[in-house]
Design a protein around this ligand. Structure first.
Ligand SMILES: NC(=O)c1ccc[n+]([C@@H]2O[C@H](COP(=O)([O-])OP(=O)(O)OC[C@H]3O[C@@H](n4cnc5c(N)ncnc54)[C@H](OP(=O)(O)O)[C@@H]3O)[C@@H](O)[C@H]2O)c1
Length: 250
């Protein structure tokens, strides 16, 4: 029996990247996993297949985040397949425009906030109505909210700063129900999101050099932290911002 046997988890944006690794980890631990995706159905089905190949159970649901009614659409799809919720992982996100303040226009600013901040806020609002006492909420933030080393990701970093606040404030409200709320803050992780610069010789070397562990982080590096935060072992940890940068902020 796994640590999460009998639990149901929803991982947004788990067709690819960090979310896929989280879905695989929670599935290995015994949870039934709802694999949410936007448009890449093949990737989501591959995540489901991986969970099942490891002996777990999973199903895919699609909903576009960052548009009116996004949270309702997500939960309608979830409710059709699952009976209640124990673990919510707000992972889906976009890096948006890669410009410092001078190059950031209103449309790009609103777009990245709609996907990264507004959507998880309302997904969580409706998730709180469903999540059982003793549940877990994990929000995927970024090391940039404390590292401030990417001026060209200012708007993106601001979206995640709001997620950090959501994490600590909501932890106070939900604590009496035994529900913990934590944020995981990855440094640069090898995924599609940053492949254009990270998967270059210079980008790879510079990123590895930032960590005392002298390598680039992988999706499972983050997923294993989420696995802990989703488990009973983390019951005394709430409202926290967990550094998942491999020590890059030291
Ligand atoms: N990679 C990093 O270096 C890094 C560092 C710090 C924090 N993060 C955070 O970690 C999370 C995952 O990032 P990642 O690198 O794994 O990204 P990724 O490989 O680009 O995958 C993004 C996932 O989010 C989904 N998604 C994106 N926009 C969406 C939208 N508008 N509506 C619904 N779903 C949407 C995608 O769905 P489809 O597959 O259907 O397109 C995909 O499953 C994000 O919140 C990101 O900000 C990443």
């Amino acid at each position: 029996m796994g640590a999460l046997t009998g639990k149901t988890a929803l991982v947004t944006g788990s067709g690819r990247g960090i979310g896929r690794a989280i879905a695989e980890r929670l599935g290995r631990d015994g949870a039934q996993v709802a694999v949410h995706y936007n448009g890449n159905a093949d990737a989501a089905e591959e995540t489901v297949a991986r969970v099942e190949a490891a002996g777990g159970t999973a199903f895919a649901i699609s909903a576009t985040m960052g548009v009116p009614g996004d949270a309702e659409a997500l939960w309608t799809a979830f409710d059709a397949r699952a009976d209640g919720l124990d673990i919510l992982v707000n992972n889906a996100g976009t890096d948006g425009i890669r410009e410092p303040i001078a190059g950031t226009d209103e449309e790009s600013f609103d777009r990245v906030f709609a996907v990264n901040t507004r959507a998880p806020f309302f997904v969580t609002k409706l998730g709180v109505e469903r999540i059982r006492d003793g549940g877990r909420i994990v929000n995927v933030s970024t090391g940039l909210t404390r590292g401030a080393y990417a001026p060209n990701l200012l708007a993106y970093t601001m979206t995640k700063g709001a997620i950090d606040v959501l994490t600590s404030v909501l932890a106070k409200e939900l604590g009496p129900r035994g529900i913990t709320v934590n944020a995981v803050a990855p440094g640069a992780i090898d995924t599609d999101m940053n492949a254009d610069w990270l998967r270059t010789d210079d980008g790879w070397a510079a990123t590895a050099a930032r960590s005392p562990l002298a390598r680039v982080g992988t999706p499972p590096d983050v997923a294993d932290i989420v696995g802990f935060l989703a488990s009973e072992d983390s019951r005394w940890v709430t409202g926290q911002w967990i550094d998942a940068t491999g020590g890059a902020l030291l």
